[in-house]
Design a protein around this ligand. Sequence first.
Ligand code: S3P
Length: 182
Amino acid sequence: MVICLVGFMGAGKSSVGRALAQRLGWRFIDLDDLIESREGRTVAEIFARMGESGFRNAESNTLKELLTASALSGASMVLALGGGAFILPENEAVLQRDNIITVFLSASAQELWQRCLTKQTVGGDTRLRPLLKDEASFKQLCQERFPNYERAQVAVTTSGKSVDAIADEIHSALAASLPEKG
Ligand code: S3P
């Protein structure tokens, strides 16, 4: 079984994903980490060398390979996607084909912007975000993508909640669909 977290930059997909995986005793995979190790370059380097379209290709290919391998192994995992990965119809189609549970972590564009700025300046985030430019374009992209994120099966509001509280909320929301432990 695979639970996949989607949402815009700053939504908390990686930190919540890690906490949720720990609760479930499942593997945690961050798609951007996997892209970086597969390509031997950072996300920022891929954008700089191959443009956004080159990054999107690498992202789709990595996602497909990961899901194929996971279907073969049957091992459960929590997967955090990058903010743009759920927007491409072909990626959404692969997730649907494999019956992946999708969870949208939502927050207002203003809060997401503040979180990204804080993470970038105060620390906590090691990865540079090539699409984090100015406030207006960040918020515009966030609004454009919102309808796609809303297509996820479960939506969780993250404003004012701790990582653990959000992981607990997802865990409870999905409890009935999760396999028995043991
Ligand atoms: C992107 C978000 C990033 C990363 C890349 C592109 C996007 O991931 O995949 O910089 O298009 O929103 P995070 O959402 O984890 O920051």
